[in-house]
Design a protein around this ligand. Structure first.
Ligand code: GCW
Length: 680
């Protein structure tokens, strides 16, 4: 039975006979010249992949066949490729890109996957397999592809006791107790999954970091993992605890300006590189949610980051410094990061990248973009997206995140006039960032299918594809994923694509439409608790965010309120700041609005709110109905799993809707319009 373990790397025989014929005609054998571990990985992936897809053994050969050779490599690894005239194409795709095309070598027709580096050839190999997996014709193949950002990184929130913060898919993959002796085959599959997307870095432990991660005991185990990931082009990074010098018992301070602290980090970092010579660097959550940081010693983020950057620089390492900070003393959590980081622009070392969540608060179903994007011309800035469904129903709800990612990437920041989209900014095309990147918080665990809900795989896939090329569409990516993960049958693809493409909006509608945010029950972040008013911190209550009252609902972030809207450049500050022009989907993020306010639909705000909560549930019911029709088109195991999860999702969507509508009704004092079903 299918259990989802293979993710999108399923190489089942091509079901369309015409395509199968075409592929069999064009692919007779494989020539991968060169002996590096990376090329060996490419050879192995291609051989098993092509053999599976073609339903026959595709042999690996050293010489060209008369016709039908797939030739893979770099000019350095492969005399055949070195002998080709590829014009400027190779140069154009850079160190990690690849080209795939038909060519003639020694008067023989061949298909070439060429790159400047071995890892580029590996990426090209996965791409070639993807073409077959999605039944793409190989006629007129002319692909030149290169990643748009440097650092394409997945983040794990894995604790050393193997519990995964916001994980929902079993225990952490890293079997600390058995490493380094036992190397689970899953480590290699994990690397394949990521490499197939062009992911080139992984941070394997939680940003709420246990200092022991830098101990020799753990470094020895981590080095074993790094050795497995290396051939796949994946660099190892670690989250560090800022107070490590103290936690190790070596010093009584972690003040970044103290020379003893600097020396401590230099020595520890040297140690890390003695285990992992190509170690990538540190990810740091500092002065955030109780984590230690430079502010504890009267220093700022730049002092803190630069000290680590200096320790890493001799080895070529980088610091990913997170901007997820919010001080409970500040009247509006929205403002926090901007207020703290704006004054520091230009103060960070070249090998520091600020890692900023897409929105100003925290991975909510819909957020406006963080105003830090576009506000830091002199600070390398990268994106942090969340793939694990902390705020989207854990492993229970179907919520493809592609549309959220692209909504964010395609947003125009106007940082340098029109066209300064976040995607371009991340690429270093708005400001001259020397280092660029995208990070995604993934959740894989020991569940057979890695992610819990099978469709969480699709968000991991989308993240990786967008990190490679942010201009891809969420829909095109979803279709690829469906074809690779299930099958190429239009009767299956079309309805599932429709389900996926509305799933995120459905999740917004039944949780927090119109720019409401963070109505989650505290702690677990699964169900609703809009009534939540008291906690140790005001900014950990729902009431803090929705500000529902007799006169209306929403958080006034205009000049009459916290004025956070002024953190956006014009024309956005005006657009968002004016109730007549703010997009309705973001309205209650920026305005406290009367229950009687007239919406574009002609309804009052109250009626519109009710309407959207109800449509969220309707959307889930529709998704459910559509899915249930698909029985027989895929394996029964996955069909039934998703079907059952949709039952849970419908149940929970109703709970969300009713909780929120009934609670907000206590403030609005207005009736639920007659045409809606009664709350349960
Ligand atoms: O989304 C919130 C989560 C925390 C998380 C934090 C962060 C890792 O609720 O669990 O901690 O953000 O991003 O640091």
């Amino acid at each position: 039975a299918e259990d989802g373990y293979e993710m999108w790397l399923r190489y089942h025989t091509v079901a369309d006979n015409n395509r199968l014929k075409e592929y069999r005609g064009q692919i007779k054998q494989l020539v991968v010249e060169g002996e590096s571990p990376t090329l060996a990985a490419a050879r192995q992936e291609l051989q098993s992949g092509l053999s599976g897809l073609l339903g026959l053994t595709v042999p690996v050969q050293t010489g060209l066949a008369r016709q039908g050779s797939v030739v893979v490599g770099t000019p350095a690894s492969s005399p055949l490729i070195a002998g080709l005239d590829l014009g400027d194409a190779l140069q154009a795709v850079g160190p990690e890109g690849f080209i795939i095309r038909h060519t003639r070598i020694n008067k023989r027709d061949a298909l070439v996957i060429a790159a400047n580096t071995d890892v580029g050839a590996l990426y090209g190999s996965f791409h070639f397999l993807r073409l077959l997996q999605t039944h793409t014709s190989l006629k007129d193949l002319a692909i030149e592809s290169a990643p748009r950002v440097h650092h394409r990184v997945v983040n794990h929130w894995d604790n050393l006791n193997r519990l995964v913060e916001r994980g929902y898919a079993g225990l952490s993959l890293w079997e600390w107790g058995n490493l380094p002796q036992h190397k689970s085959p899953r480590y290699t599959d994990y690397a394949r999954i990521n490499a197939s997307l062009g992911i080139n870095g992984t941070v394997i432990n939680n940003v709420n970091a246990d200092p022991r991660i830098l101990s020799d005991q753990f470094l020895e185990k981590i080095a074993a993992l790094a050795d497995i990931f290396r051939p796949y082009g994946i660099r190892m990074y670690l989250s560090i605890n800022y107070d490590s010098p103290r936690a190790f018992g070596d010093l009584d301070t972690a003040d970044p300006l103290d020379p003893r602290v600097q020396a401590w980090w230099k020595a520890r970092t040297e140690k890390v590189y003695s285990y992992i010579p190509d170690f990538g660097g540190y990810l740091v959550k500092a002065d955030s949610e109780g984590q230690p940081g430079p502010q504890g010693y009267g220093r700022d983020h730049a002092d803190g980051a630069n000290m680590l950057a200096d320790a890493l620089a001799p080895f070529g390492g980088v610091v990913f410094w997170r901007a997820f900070v919010y001080d409970p003393a500040i009247a509006d959590r929205f403002r926090g990061a901007w207020d703290e980081f704006l004054p520091l622009d230009g103060k960070f070392r070249e090998n520091v990248i600020l890692q900023v969540k897409n929105g100003p608060i925290d991975f909510q179903p819909r957020e406006p973009f963080s105003p830090l994007f576009g506000a830091l011309p002199k600070t390398n800035t990268m994106m942090e997206f969340q793939i694990t469904q902390e705020y989207f129903g854990f492993d229970k709800h179907l919520a493809y995140q592609g549309p959220l990612f692209t909504e964010s990437l395609n947003t125009d920041t106007f940082a340098k006039g029109e066209g300064s989209t976040i995607g371009k900014l991340l690429e270093g095309k708005v400001f001259e960032y020397t280092r660029t990147g995208m990070a995604g918080v993934i959740n894989p665990g020991t569940d057979r299918n890695w992610t819990g809900h099978p469709f969480v795989q699709s968000s991991w896939y989308a993240f990786g594809r967008l990190a490679w090329d942010h201009s891809l569409s969420a829909e095109a990516i979803a279709e690829e994923w469906i074809r690779m993960t299930f099958n190429n049958n239009p009767a299956f693809i079309d309805p599932v694509l429709a389900i996926m493409m509305q799933s995120r909006e459905a999740g917004v509608n039944y949780r927090s439409p119109l720019g409401l945010t963070h109505l989650f029950a505290q702690g677990h972040h699964y169900g609703p608790a809009p009534w939540y008013e008291k906690a140790e911190r005001a900014d950990w209550t729902a009431a803090y965010y929705h500000r529902a009252a007799k006169d209306g609902i929403g958080f006034d972030r205009t000049a009459s309120g916290s004025n956070a809207v002024a953190q956006y450049p014009e024309p956005l500050a005006k657009l968002y700041g004016n109730l007549d022009t703010v997009p309705e989907e973001l309205m209650l993020w920026f305005h406290h609005v009367s229950w009687d306010h007239r919406m574009q639909s002609g309804r009052t705000l109250w009626d519109e709110l009710v309407h959207l909560y109800y449509s969220g549930v309707d959307q889930v019911r529709h998704m459910q109905k559509e899915w249930d029709k698909l029985e027989g088109l895929i394996d029964q195991t996955r069909f039934e799993q998703v079907k059952a999860l949709l039952v849970i999702q419908e149940r929970d969507a109703v709970i969300w809707r009713d909780s929120c509508v009934l609670y907000f009704q206590t403030w609005s004092g207005k009736a639920i319009p007659a045409n809606y079903e009664k709350p349960a």
